[in-house]
Design a protein around this ligand. Structure first.
Ligand code: NAD
Ligand code: I22
Ligand code: ZN
Length: 409
């Protein structure tokens, strides 16, 4: 039987709906896309008795299922055997791709390589999952690839670094770098679920723990003064162990950071409103992070940006002298840089120009209005940037000098 084809020319449609023939034909199309995903903290994710990960991968332990696992190279070395043992215990067949946990992985070639993996294994469009296991780099590039493959297929995130667990792994942003630009290409694509097991933090090195503390200090400064107080009281004892054990401070620091970030992200997930408090520390850093040689880690660049913003707020009277000092002292105590040679006055101005483009024509710069809240400004001047740089540089030298004195005692 031939299937009648309707030639939907405007006249036939208007005739079909018996509408008066409008001068120009147009239709308004509106649709809502519900986004509903879970971020769950669970310990012992790789214990074969823990079904959480398996269920997220679509497995029930009886029928065989399949997924594409994309895992960070350090995680492969440290946890690869346990991961594969878990998958076989839960009858999850897998194609396995190891990628370097390195900023250079956030490139289009990596994404296209993953597309080839998905095509060659013939992964089903919905029933079979893509699983990203690693730090923010792996999560970002796998998330973007999953959002592009067949116009979007489901993926699971297992963040294994501190930045991954409190930031990169819990929102909907994915992306890759292009040239000197951070995250210049990317999508908004929610995972089906993000599984946070603090146990992975036990093997993260100190520098990368500090790197993650930058994003946690960001949340404390713009939103959560109690988190700031907790960090101030415990920063000396924060290390991979206390975070992995979720000890008295470790657990609360992780959960408060995650809750604070999700509370900021959920109402404005697609960034319709470009005044975003979580942009704090991300005005200058996106343009300068990749310029540094040797490269700055993401959180380190965010810290230098935040130090400049603390000085800008102090100089405008938005932050008291004492609170500005508390903020810079905490960043210092967290092993984060306050200054970097690539953050020059001239490059700050150029970075701000790019931020204005990213924020649709206005600076929309978040500044702390007291510790734990933020306001947005649109009129920061070059003189203010210069003054802020000088203030932080002087503060940094003073801190360095006192460290020297301390060690000489
Ligand atoms: N999408 C977002 O919303 C978002 C938010 C914040 C940051 N980011 C992005 O995240 C990236 C930074 O993430 P990152 O700091 O996790 O970097 P990363 O992914 O490079 O990981 C850092 C290092 O830790 C290693 N590693 C990973 N897990 C480990 C573990 N459990 N034990 C030991 N070593 C481990 C990696 O191999 C790597 O050498 C940046 O590209 C940044 O732009 C994205
Ligand atoms: O680094 C990121 C996201 O990439 C987060 O830590 C951060 O809070 C915000 O999302 C910033 O808005 C930066 O986002 P973007 O430059 O990637 O758009
Ligand atoms: Zn960030």
């Amino acid at each position: 039987m031939s299937i009648p084809t309707v030639n939907p020319t405007p006249t036939s449609i208007t005739a079909a709906f018996d509408l008066p023939k409008p001068p120009g034909v147009s239709w308004r199309v509106r649709s809502q896309q519900v986004v509903d995903y879970e971020v769950s903290m669970t310990r012992g994710l790789l214990s074969t008795s823990n079904s959480t990960f398996a269920h997220a991968c679509g497995a029930d332990g009886k029928r065989r299922t399949r997924c594409l696992v994309v895992v960070d190279d350090a995680v492969e070395q440290l946890y690869g055997e346990r991961l594969r043992a878990y998958f076989s215990a839960w009858r999850i067949a897998h194609n396995w791709r190891v990628v370097p946990g390195d900023e250079n992985t956030k490139q289009l070639d990596t994404a296209l390589g993953l597309v080839d993996d998905m095509s060659s294994m013939g992964i089903l469009r919905r029933a079979e999952k893509i699983v990203a296991i690693g730090g923010g780099v792996v999560l970002d590039v796998v998330g973007m690839t999953a959002s592009l493959y067949r116009r979007g297929v489901p993926y699971i995130r297992v963040p294994t670094t501190l930045i991954g667990q409190v930031d990169a792994g819990i929102g909907v942003k994915t992306g890759i770098n292009h040239g000197q630009h951070k995250n210049r290409l990317g999508t908004y694509c929610a995972p089906e679920t993000a599984l946070i097991d603090p146990e992975f933090l036990r093997t993260v090195d100190r520098r990368h723990i500090n790197n993650g503390l930058a994003e946690i200090i960001k949340m404390a400064l713009i939103k959560d003064s109690q988190l700031f107080d907790l960090l101030e009281a415990t920063v000396a004892s924060i290390d991979p162990e206390t975070l992995a054990d979720c000890g008295p401070a470790g657990g609360e620091i992780l959960s408060r950071s995650i809750a604070g970030m999700l509370d900021e992200l959920e109402p404005n997930l697609w960034e319709k409103v470009l005044e975003r408090a979580v942009d704090y520390g991300h005005t200058f850093s996106p343009s300068l992070e990749l310029r540094a040689d040797p490269p700055l880690l993401h959180g380190e660049a965010v810290a230098v940006d935040m130090a400049i913003c603390v000085a800008l707020a102090r100089n405008r009277g938005l932050l008291s002298e004492q609170d500005a000092d508390r903020a810079l002292t905490l960043m210092n105590a967290a092993g984060l840089p306050l200054t970097h040679p690539v953050f020059t006055a001239e490059l700050l101005e150029r970075a701000l120009e790019d931020a204005v483009k990213h924020r649709d024509g206005y600076q929309r710069m978040p500044l702390t209005a007291g510790i734990g809240s933020a306001v947005f400004v649109n009129d920061i001047t070059a003189d203010e940037l210069q003054a802020a740089l000088s203030f932080v540089a002087h503060r940094d030298h003073r801190a360095a000098d006192s460290d020297v004195l301390e060690s000489a005692r």
